[in-house]
Design a protein around this ligand. Sequence first.
Ligand code: PMP
Length: 291
Amino acid sequence: MKIYIDGKFFSQENAKISVFDHGLLYGDGIFEGIRAYHGRVFKLKEHIDRLFCSAKAILLALPVSHAEIMRAVVTTCRRNRIRDGYIRLVVTRGVGGLGLNPNRCKRPSVIVIADKIQLYPQEFYERGLEIITVATVRNLHSALNPAIKSLNYLNNILAKIEANNGGCEEAIMLNAEGFVSECTGDNIFIVKGRQLLTPPLSAGALYGITRGVVIELAQELGISVAETNLTRYDLFNADECFLTGTGAELIPVVKIDGRVVGSGKPGRITKTFVAKYRKLTQTSGEPIYES
Ligand code: PMP
């Protein structure tokens, strides 16, 4: 495997960053998780746009342009002969002193890793997931805004630990007001009648790229979408529920906190979105190889 670090490619053994990098010392940095399907990078521009928004929010001046980062992602896929895979793009604050001060870090580092993807087992897509609400509250947007895709993911990891302890793969996180935010690595949607409902970003959700695609697909399908505060009660009484994320794609949820959702099987509208999303991933994206 060849890993891109600051314009050069390194073998896996030699791909190293300094122990003084503030990405390691403080989680001071940002990242993106991106997918490649069928020799194309899916929604690459949208991911790089979000990376730039995260960078702006933490006052990190990216050392490369939007176009250069897009090229670095595509080139890393090509060097690793990826047709279908997962790309991790990381930008750290860079090497600094042991103190917090980010001004001591002279140059951010850009890292691109392109590898094969590990999805949830196929049976979860067919039967649906059981998830639980956990006690770890989502970070306040006035503290560390969950819209920033930062290297500091401990809030999510703590929730994931609780999900695992409860025998589940994913956790629903509530915000400090008790409204549903999202899951540890996925956004959440419910279907109620002919309407799709999902928490607004202000509830403490990431501006998910997959979430955005689902909202666009809903418009095409003539299904209305509302970004609105949801309580656990709303989830329990939904007709259908599914999660969205680059890694998971769209995954049906059939049980929440022991309550069966809808029929207890992946719902009809969920399946329609799954099919539409799959089709889109197979037919669009930034080409990795010249045809
Ligand atoms: N929420 C969180 C906390 C995430 O980490 C992710 C990405 N894994 C998502 C939602 C889904 O976002 P996207 O569709 O852009 O992958």
